[in-house]
Design a protein around this ligand. Structure first.
Ligand SMILES: Cc1cc2nc3c(=O)[nH]c(=O)nc-3n(C[C@H](O)[C@H](O)[C@H](O)COP(=O)(O)OP(=O)(O)OC[C@H]3O[C@@H](n4cnc5c(N)ncnc54)[C@H](O)[C@@H]3O)c2cc1C
Length: 337
């Protein structure tokens, strides 16, 4: 086994994949193989592919920066059929200072913080634009709303706004109730001051919070139905009554007020070479390309545009890894015998 080796191109003979050209310390070399399983992740760090294929903006990646679509390009060069290319595991991400050891920018998924009582998200115009507690993948759709008059994506970037009651009662960003709020979070004594510091229109932010507060006190969200689904109520419900809409709906009233910028991101893209149910990569006519298999985010995901729940991405990668490996062994055995 070799690690730290970059696959560059597939080698073929008579339409069959016979190996892979790799980049190693002292140059390039071809590794012959009876079967190749592509498992190079998505193309979230390939700006050209992101621009040309995804259904809406991906402002920043949050997965491995080495996911530059190499496997997709390898598959395209040998005539693979592509599928699900518009899709990614969309997620709102809050950028925090510093660089990770893999060279990527640090980020937080904020799935908990945006669903807690006393917390909302607003767009650049200071308006709420979605059910903040929705699952992260579905939330991507709210980022991709296009203002057709201004030809602008008004919800990118967005801002997470929360008050001190959220901090006291639940704790944020991994800290316990009443714990610290990291110093990269903008804070202010009033909503107007917070709006000023985040460069948001103060009148709009105040009106948004007033409206949200009136409804939150009554345990309802007529604008975006937050709190109707058990999913919405889960993060706050773990520390209270999970059946109450107040597990996610609470007014934003207690100073200091906090805010941070949130980007449209994704855990990874999930379009690529289409496979059969055993992970065999198909060509443009729907026939298997002999010797080529794919698993994980590099392949056209069987999940389409949706997210099935916790572990939904890793399970697909693991299951198709097993299918692809099994099919590769069986196919080789059949060819040999
Ligand atoms: C912050 C974060 C949190 C997540 N949380 C969850 C969760 O709770 N549950 C869940 O189910 N999923 C979660 N995911 C998603 C999950 O991690 C991914 O969907 C999954 O890792 C995809 O697996 P993969 O093997 O297809 O790709 P990856 O894990 O991205 O691995 C691809 C690998 O291929 C390597 N590679 C790329 N190009 C080449 C090349 N040319 N040659 C050789 N190697 C190459 C890359 O360096 C990378 O190591 C999370 C993702 C992130 C970023």
């Amino acid at each position: 086994m070799a690690t730290g080796v970059r696959g560059l191109r597939l080698t073929t003979r008579d339409g069959e994949v016979t190996g892979v050209r790799v980049n190693i310390a002292d140059g390039e070399r071809v590794v012959p193989a009876g079967a190749i399983v592509l498992a190079t992740g998505g193309f979230d760090y390939a700006p050209d592919l992101v621009r040309d294929f995804l259904r809406g903006p991906l402002s920043r990646g949050v997965g491995a920066p080495s996911n530059t679509g190499d496997g997709l390009r390898m598959a395209m060069r040998v005539g693979a059929q592509l599928g699900n290319m518009r899709e990614a595991w969309w997620s709102p991400v809050l950028t925090t200072p510093g660089i990770r050891s893999d060279g990527g920018r640090r980020g937080l998924l904020i799935s908990r913080e945006r669903a807690l009582p006393g917390s909302i998200m607003v767009n650049r115009y200071g308006r709420r634009f979605a059910n903040e507690a929705a699952n992260y993948n579905a939330f991507g759709g709210a980022f991709h709303h296009l203002d057709e008059s201004k030809l602008d994506y008004p919800n990118i970037p967005a801002y997470l706004i929360f008050d001190h009651s959220t901090v006291e009662r639940y704790g944020v960003f991994g800290n316990p109730p009443g714990g610290e709020v990291p110093d990269w979070v903008i804070r202010a004594a009033t909503l107007d001051e917070l709006a000023d510091r985040l460069d948001l229109p103060a009148d709009a932010l105040r009106a948004t919070v007033d409206r949200f507060n009136t409804h939150a006190r009554a345990g309802m969200d007529p604008d975006f139905t937050r709190g109707v689904s058990a999913y919405d109520r889960f993060p706050g419900g773990r520390m209270g009554d999970p059946d109450s809409p107040h597990a996610t709906l609470g007014p934003v009233t207690t100073a200091p007020f906090y805010g941070a910028r949130v980007e449209s991101s994704a855990l990874g893209t999930k379009g690529g070479p289409r496979t059969d149910r055993d992970g065999r990569v198909l060509d443009v006519d729907g026939d298997p390309i002999r010797g080529l298999y794919a698993a994980g985010n590099v392949m056209a995901s069987p999940s389409g545009m949706v997210y099935g729940g916790a572990g939904g991405t890793l399970v697909i990668a693991g299951v198709w890894g097993m299918y692809a490996g099994r099919a590769a062994v069986q196919d080789q055995g059949r060819r040999a015998g």
